[in-house]
Design a protein around this ligand. Structure first.
Ligand code: BTN
Length: 249
């Protein structure tokens, strides 16, 4: 992963660019990275603010794993990024279901996956990663404060450790490669238990708005597919996507 890389000073979105290029099978493992994005994409069709100072990239992959791993893949990737941040910045970011990394409860990174299917098999996927590496937190919070489910922004630069962005990306790619190999071999147990150990979601009361109404309950665990299991009084729900709000314990 990352043997071939394209760098842009400014681009609309690395994700959109990677999606265009991912049909070409020679781009398996290729990464597109940009200093700044003018039309960054977030999850659920949201915009993703991508000023200079952040790390914005997308990776094209042709995985061997089957479609049931689609939800687990970005969860596993966020675990890989938490390892990389721990190695470089000496802090252990928490993992908020599904794919967010947080520091002191504020979002420091997010992931997005777009999958192309061909007769129910994954033909290719694009993993988009956004890391608030050295961004103006106050300015971003001012812009985003009225966004639904917004819960604050953190920047790794607040750690006052001097690391080059390239160093973090390289460390992440090595961690991602290990996790990707495990997933390709259907080895998901350790990924799920290590994610759970770093998760701030499991064990909390959470709230989630879905198309069928509001779910409020205790976040019990993620299942083998990465779906979140929420238990309400006498009802258990299984959620595969959405924005959760952490309520008090
Ligand atoms: C989220 O909503 O939490 C996911 C954010 C993903 C942002 C990254 S930045 C690089 C890549 N290009 C995009 O347009 N989006 C992803």
């Amino acid at each position: 992963i990352g043997k071939k890389a394209y760098y842009f000073d400014s681009i609309d979105s690395t994700q959109k660019q990677a999606l265009k290029m991912s049909e070409d099978s020679s781009n398996d493992g290729t990464i597109i990275i940009a200093a700044k994005q003018t039309g960054g994409k977030g999850r659920s069709g949201r915009k993703w603010l991508s000023p200079k100072g952040g790390i914005w990239f997308s990776i094209m992959l042709q995985p061997k794993f089957d479609i049931s791993i689609t939800t687990l893949f970005p969860i596993a990737s966020s675990l890989a990024l938490s390892y990389a941040i721990e190695k470089t910045f000496k802090i252990k970011p928490e993992l908020k279901w599904p794919n967010d990394l947080t520091v002191k409860g504020k979002k420091v990174a997010g992931m997005l996956v777009d999958v192309s299917l061909e007769s129910n098999k994954i033909e290719s996927l694009v993993l988009g990663v956004g890391i608030n590496f050295n961004v103006d937190v106050k300015q971003i919070e001012r812009i985003l404060k009225d966004t639904p489910n917004f819960y604050g922004v953190a920047s790794l630069s607040e750690q006052k450790i001097k690391i080059k962005p390239k160093m973090l990306v390289q460390t992440f790619l090595l961690e991602l490669e290990k996790i990707y190999e495990s997933l390709n071999k259907k080895q998901t147990k350790n990924i799920i238990s290590n994610w759970t150990e770093r998760s701030s979601t499991i064990g909390k009361k959470v709230e989630l708005n879905t198309a069928d109404g509001k779910i409020k309950g205790d976040a019990i665990k993620i299942d083998d597919d990465g779906a979140l299991i929420i238990s309400e009084k006498n009802k258990t729900s299984r959620v595969i996507a959405g924005d959760i709000i952490h309520l008090s314990k």
